[in-house]
Ligand binder design. Structure first.
Ligand SMILES: *Cc1c(COP(=O)(O)O)cnc(C)c1O
Length: 459
């Protein structure tokens, strides 16, 4: 061992440990120098690309120094240990109360919890709908065999929810000219086995808000006509942290009595670091008792609702930091700057010529994003996949992908503007888009790239 150990005064990249590559499959026998190993791993991570230039992700890629410091302080805090870390638990409860107020829950105890993200939050919200539907059906002596869930074009977490819990997903397909769930389609797809309807506030594919109020009105009408009382769960993964600050007149939350639960991603427009989401129920009675595990907490009882057991606490502490540090005013400013930058991008991209803007980042209609397609009936000699590929050469990740059924022959491209995707960075991106277009014009692709060859992960 001693003859293999690196000397403390070794030049890092000339050290024994780094004379060969790191082990990649076999479990190593010996210990190694921490400085050398961590340097090699840091270097490897350079190949991941620069997250700040990743314009596909909705998640935070920039945090204030105070957040980094708090994350460090919280490295040992386990959310499940409410007895060991009572103040972390208290901070989570404060966030739940603040969100209940932000989303206009009726007076009464705030009901909800943190999760690892919107996916887990969706599982919990969806499961509560299923349990409430089952209880209602059983009380009437009716079958609980074939539950279904009605949605528009949803994020993949709802596909998982439906598959994991054996629920028929009635995902209303898009149609030419209709990219969102509409009140009429909701009525057509609901029946006595519908556990709930999920409109999305910020659809993954284009960034647009679905019309929660119109859907709620249609379900009120359905109840008047048929007696069916079908609840709404809003997937507010992005919009839940945008609309309250930037579109305060939009009616979408618990102010609609039919909205029984809401999920949102703290690590998207909640501005917290990766690993936190939220699910809230309108009232205590909307969360079935049998989903709650009671844990003893400093002599009292505390609810545990999450799917995971151990979970890091730092993200929740930083979420609280953001709420208190920014307030409504700060969230409106941070997100307002993103909407302004999205509008700038939409204008520039529209002026380039070959593109038609689908969604321009209008704050009353959706999230700070821009989506576009090639003009109908034109062939500029390249595809959006070629353009995405070309921008990748400058480090930009601007995803191109086809829409879901029944519009899956329509490629579109999208940029997400989040905190830190600054006006200045976007000016540089616009310049790179223009040179990419000039390049593609000068060198028309023999065989334009298709979706399979371009990396287009956009969830
Ligand atoms: C991102 C997203 C999700 C999944 O959220 P995570 O926090 O990544 O688990 C669900 N729904 C929508 C609309 C999203 O944008």
């Amino acid at each position: 061992m001693s003859d293999r150990a690196d000397r403390s005064d070794d030049e890092l990249y000339a050290s024994h440990t780094l004379a060969m590559g790191l082990e990649k499959s076999r479990f190593p026998e010996a210990t190694a120098d921490p400085r050398a190993v961590s340097s090699a791993i840091r270097d490897e991570l350079l190949l991941d690309g620069n997250s700040r230039q990743n314009l596909a992700t909705f998640c935070q890629t920039w945090e204030e120094p105070e957040v980094h410091a708090l994350m460090d302080v919280c490295i040992d805090k386990n959310m499940v240990d409410k007895d060991e870390y009572p103040q972390t638990a208290e901070i989570e409860a404060r966030c739940v109360r603040m969100l209940a107020e932000l989303w206009h829950a009726p007076d009464g105890p705030a009901t909800g919890c943190s999760t690892t993200g919107s996916s887990e939050a969706a599982m919990l919200g969806g499961l509560a709908m299923k349990r409430r539907w089952e209880a209602g059906r059983k009380a009437k002596g009716l079958s609980t065999e074939r539950p279904n869930l009605v949605t528009g074009p949803v994020q993949v977490c709802w596909h998982k929810f439906a598959r994991y819990w054996d629920i028929e997903l009635r995902e209303v397909p898009m149609a030419p000219g209709r990219r969102l769930l509409t009140a009429e389609e909701v009525r057509r797809h609901c029946d006595e086995n519908t556990i709930g309807v999920v409109p999305t506030l910020g659809v993954t594919f284009t960034g647009e808000f679905e019309p929660v109020k119109a859907i709620s009105d249609a379900l009120d009408e359905l109840e008047r006509d048929t007696g069916l009382n079908i609840p709404i769960h809003v997937d507010g993964a992005s919009g839940g942290f945008l609309a309250p600050f930037c579109a305060p007149d939009l009616v979408w939350d618990f102010s609609l009595p039919r909205v029984r639960s809401i999920n949102a991603s703290g690590h998207k427009f909640g501005l917290a670091p990766l690993g936190v989401g939220w699910v809230l129920w309108r009232e205590q009675s909307d969360l079935p008792e049998n989903m709650i595990f009671w844990v003893n907490y400093l002599g009292g009882d505390m609810k545990d609702i999450a799917l995971n057991f151990s979970r890091p606490g730092g993200q929740i502490v930083c979420q609280y930091y953001n709420f208190v540090r920014l307030g409504r005013e700060g969230y409106a400013r941070v997100h307002g700057a993103c909407y302004d930058t999205a509008a700038y991008l939409a204008g520039e991209i529209a002026a380039m010529g070959p593109f038609e803007i689908i969604y321009d980042g209008d704050r009353s209609r959706g999230i700070p994003a821009v989506s576009w397609k090639l003009r109908d009936g034109t062939d500029p000699g390249f595809t959006l996949f070629d353009l995405a590929d070309r921008l990748r050469a400058r480090g930009w990740q601007v995803p191109a992908y086809t829409l879901p059924p029944a519009c899956d022959d329509q490629p579109i491209q999208r940029i997400l503007v989040r905190n830190g995707v600054s006006r200045d960075l976007c000016e540089l991106l616009v310049a790179d888009m223009k040179s990419a277009l000039a390049h593609l014009e000068a060198h028309p692709a023999q065989v334009p790239l298709g979706e399979a060859e371009a990396s287009g992960f956009h969830h």
